[in-house]
Design a protein around this ligand. Structure first.
Ligand code: ATP
Ligand code: LTN
Length: 334
């Protein structure tokens, strides 16, 4: 399946909610576009989602639906590996070994831990602290060269590099040292309710985000409610017109136009007409993905077969690296 001459791209996404158009334009679309040029391995990070409280039945459903959504959006199982993290036990096994090769000091500096633990009150889960080591295990199991992630995850990729280098020095060369990767076309979609904040699937206000699953009428009504700025001109100015700028960027992304071209399309429009047009463009763009998603969700066995095949192939790759690691750290082998 994989070409030896191509680099390996590796990335994951948590099933911590339904995917938004931020996830789509910031991550998933890039994953799809990278499939021709790289050996791509993508996974649903369900083990990472256990670091915050979950309703078991919801986590199970979202893990399945997120897998179906990645397929509907164009992740192609003939070109890429797609699997669910908890289906490949090597992740948990390597995580333990890496835990014993990571330091409290470096872990305590992780800013995502500091932010998320502040929200968990008194009973902070050990898993939340350990999250970046599990992420290092994910990456290092597959000899990953490049790891496309958003800005909030670059510190974790840096930690994975440090852990890999330290292990290679303490034992002998074992892991490929990965690099973060920011695709050229990556977009940062902001909240429709507060355009100074990133659109996030876990936002409490459902009007702040557009889900990839949202029906057409819901999409249009959310865009109608989107926060705009004073004045009436439709121009791109992130500083003074964050709301209008965000909508222009979303429109440009959806239509594959430049922001300048998007501005020109609405030179004489009112805010109301503009918001309606953006809503319609987003709904049109998502419609084929949504109908493929609906089809796939009904064909559960087909999706499960892809995930099973993906987990078997991923397990085979991961086992080679894990066996090497086990030997090096001194586990008794048969
Ligand atoms: P949560 O609300 O659970 O933190 P999220 O919606 O912020 O989730 P993540 O699961 O942290 O999303 O991110 C998954 C991927 O989607 C990452 O690669 C991230 O960079 C990308 N992503 C998330 N939100 C946006 C956004 N608004 N614009 C661009 N990319 C985004
Ligand atoms: N932490 C990432 C998801 C994630 C990941 C990974 C991404 C878990 N393991 C390994 C890249 C490589 C997130 O929340 N976006």
């Amino acid at each position: 399946m994989f070409d030896k001459d191509k680099k390996t791209i590796f990335s994951g996404i948590q099933p911590s909610g339904e995917f938004t158009i931020g996830n789509y334009f910031g991550a998933i679309k890039n994953w799809v576009d990278l499939q021709g040029d790289y050996n791509c391995i993508y996974f649903i990070a369900d083990m990472h989602s256990l670091t915050v409280p979950q309703v078991p039945a919801d986590l199970r459903r979202r893990t399945f639906e997120c897998s179906a959504m990645l397929l509907a959006a164009g992740v192609d199982p003939d070109k890429s590996l797609l699997f669910v993290q908890s289906h490949v036990s090597a992740h948990a096994e390597l995580c333990w070994i890496l835990n014993c090769n990571s330091y409290m000091g470096e872990m305590s500096r992780m800013t995502q831990y500091k932010d998320k633990s502040a929200k968990q009150g008194e009973n902070i889960r050990v898993g939340l602290f350990d999250y970046p080591v599990l992420m290092a295990a994910d990456i290092l199991l597959y000899n990953s060269d490049l790891v496309p992630v958003g800005a909030d995850q670059t510190q974790h990729v840096e930690l994975a590099r440090n852990i890999a280098e330290r292990f290679n020095n303490n034992y002998s060369p074992t892991f490929t040292v990965p690099e973060g990767y920011i695709p050229e076309s990556g977009a940062r979609i902001m909240s429709l309710a507060d355009p100074t904040r990133k659109m996030s699937k876990s936002d409490e206000n459902a009007n702040a985000y557009i889900l990839m699953k949202d029906p057409r009428d819901v999409i249009i009504s959310k865009f109608k409610k989107a926060v705009t700025d004073s004045g009436h001109e439709i121009v791109h100015d992130r500083e003074n017109k964050p709301g209008i700028s965000n909508l222009l960027e979303i429109y440009a992304c959806v239509c594959g136009k430049s922001v300048k071209e998007a501005e020109a399309d609405f030179a004489t429009s009112s805010y109301a007409d503009f918001k309606l047009a953006v809503g319609e463009a987003v709904a049109d763009r998502l419609a084929p993905i949504q109908s493929e998603f609906d089809r796939l969700v009904k064909d559960k066995q087909y999706v499960m077969d892809i995930l099973k095949d993906g987990s078997e192939k991923a397990s085979a790759i991961a086992a080679r690296v894990l066996d090497k690691v086990k030997r090096k750290v001194g586990y008794l082998q048969f």
